[in-house]
Design a protein around this ligand. Sequence first.
Ligand code: FES
Ligand code: FES
Length: 155
Amino acid sequence: MQVQLHINGKATQLDLPPNTLLVQALREKLQLTGTHVGCDTSQCGACTVLMNGRAVKSCTLLLVQAEGAQVTTIEGLAKPDGTMHPMQAAFKECHGLQCGYCTPGMVLSAVDLVTHYPKATEAEIRELLDGNLCRCTGYQNIVKAVQHGAVAMAA
Ligand code: FES
Ligand code: FES
């Protein structure tokens, strides 16, 4: 089945079986392995990407559901010259990661969160990120990173 979409700003055409998940197309066909798989059951958020600017769990979407969409993976978030997105830089500065497995999904969810709720309180950040699980950090530095990232994104 042919599907056309934009991935990290690049027009992409894929010809894959109709039951292909978006995460499979990204990781196995396009080698965009920054999109992780943690649970395969729509719980952990490690597979989060942006689709038309909103965070979605790519293990839960069929590739065909992304027909015509703009998809951004963690590989597409930095500028072409390698300058990190403000939210990536905030995670680095605030030590918002340890093993890093949850981080691509966490960063992309945070970008969606701050884009749509730029003045979110700490409690709202915790609630809005509840679809992304982290087994390492205890979340405190992740929340701090999102708050710093929000300031940087507004600047
Ligand atoms: S792998 Fe998609 S939510 Fe866990
Ligand atoms: S940093 Fe290890 S799972 Fe979040």
